[in-house]
Design a protein around this ligand. Structure first.
Ligand SMILES: NC(=O)C1=CN([C@@H]2O[C@H](COP(=O)(O)OP(=O)(O)OC[C@H]3O[C@@H](n4cnc5c(N)ncnc54)[C@H](O)[C@@H]3O)[C@@H](O)[C@H]2O)C=CC1
Ligand SMILES: CC(=O)[C@](C)(O)C(=O)O
Ligand SMILES: [Mg+2]
Ligand SMILES: [Mg+2]
Length: 351
């Protein structure tokens, strides 16, 4: 385990240099891994593990046709490597619970009945376990309960694997029934193609994850982009100008510099005019959102966020409703402008 200095705080991380793919294959040599759910994380983790030489089967509700058909299209064979959720859970020794969080609550009684002593129950989110008062997911004592949570969309878990990079994941052990929980967890983390693995707890993972996605990663990002775009439009700037100055310049230029070498590097590669102004305005934005972030974290901790998710995503038409909300975003002037701007990227022209 490598000790790494993160800005003055030393933490331990695991990379595939220390815990090699070969070692992961040895640890999981006798295991059948069932990936339950073929939504976003399911296919990514399943395909990466299959490509890495692990024995993977899929458990998917057949009537959720889009997902079932996708598993078939990806080469999983009904009756051989593709089963109902229960059948896959029964056949496996590692059960990766990658249904939606609301789907985990809905199927728990059925899945629980399929667990054998010594199995490993694996999550990519602390949700179901930490908010057990809401989900009623309480695993039996005789199984390992473990977590590997990729810090990125399943889409990139797969795409980064294919291009030879990776997505970092956190890992945690909630219950070690076999004495093998840790080596199983690390082996699975390497098997799914993690960049590096860092330790957490189920609580810390779910609190930070729910905050991050509601905050900077998604909710806050979408909110501040919309606010700036609307401001520029209100003052008579064209859609093309407002979009370029809000989104396109970020995704095609400045955020890439942040990814490459940090915030100061991005600043250093912009004009001294921009540097002076951004240095002055950053603290104002920071201070303006502090109360919103405080409210958000409180709402995560007190269970309001998970309650809302479970209620909204447990109705039969939750997908249609979410898709309708996404369509409103996609059909807005701002994001229709985005489509036009993207189509004008040199590499997209004429497509
Ligand atoms: N989407 C992502 O990239 C990430 C997801 N996670 C976590 O991974 C887990 C899986 O998330 P996603 O892949 O986004 O899931 P998703 O929302 O794409 O899940 C869809 C899957 O759940 C099944 N499902 C939903 N409701 C069901 C029900 N009532 N009965 C049976 N099956 C049902 C669908 O058939 C499908 O297989 C969650 O715990 C999530 O928080 C963690 C990191 C990133
Ligand atoms: C991609 C990810 O890790 C998120 C945003 O937390 C999620 O999809 O739940
Ligand atoms: Mg996340
Ligand atoms: Mg999340």
């Amino acid at each position: 385990m490598a000790q790494i200095d993160f800005g003055g705080v030393v933490e331990e991380v695991i990379t595939s240099e220390e815990f090699t793919l070969e070692k992961a294959r040895q640890v999981l040599a006798d295991e059948t891994i069932a990936v339950l759910g073929y939504g976003v994380q399911g296919p990514a983790q399943a395909l990466n593990m299959r490509d890495n030489g692990f024995k993977v089967i899929i458990g998917q509700l057949e009537s959720d046709k889009v997902y079932w058909d996708k598993a078939v299209a990806d080469g999983f064979v009904p009756g051989e490597t593709l089963f109902s959720i229960e059948e896959a859970a029964k056949r496996a020794t590692v059960i990766q619970y990658l249904l939606s969080d609301a789907g985990q609550m809905a199927t728990w009684d059925a899945v629980k009945a399929c667990l054998n002593p010594g199995d490993a129950l694996y999550f990519s989110h602390g949700f179901s376990i930490v908010y057990k008062d809401q989900t009623k997911i309480i695993p039996p004592d005789n199984v390992d309960v473990i977590l590997v949570a990729p810090k990125g969309s399943g889409r990139n878990v797969r795409m980064n694997f294919l291009d030879g990079s990776g997505i970092n994941s956190s890992f945690a052990i909630f219950q070690d029934a076999t004495g093998r929980a840790r080596e199983r967890t690390l082996a699975l983390g390497i098997a799914i193609g993690s960049g590096y693995l860092f330790p957490t707890t189920f609580e810390k993972e779910v609190y930070s994850d729910l905050t991050g996605e509601r905050g900077v990663l998604m909710g806050c990002l979408a909110g501040v982009m919309e606010a700036q775009y609307n401001l520029l439009r209100k003052h008579g700037h064209s859609p093309s100008e407002a979009f370029n100055e809000t989104v396109e310049e970020l995704t095609q230029s400045l955020i890439r510099l942040v990814a490459e070498n940090g915030m100061d590097w991005m600043y250093a590669n912009c004009s001294t005019t921009a540097q002076r102004g951004a240095l002055d305005w950053a603290p104002k934005f920071r201070d303006a959102v502090v109360p919103v972030f405080d409210r958000l974290y409180e709402s995560v901790i007190d269970g309001s966020e998970t309650r809302r998710v479970l209620e909204a995503n447990s109705t039969p038409d939750y997908r249609e409703k979410l898709n309708a909300e996404l369509a409103v975003i996609g059909d807005s002037e701002m994001w229709r402008t985005g489509r036009a701007v993207r189509s004008l990227r040199p590499e997209n022209r004429g497509k």
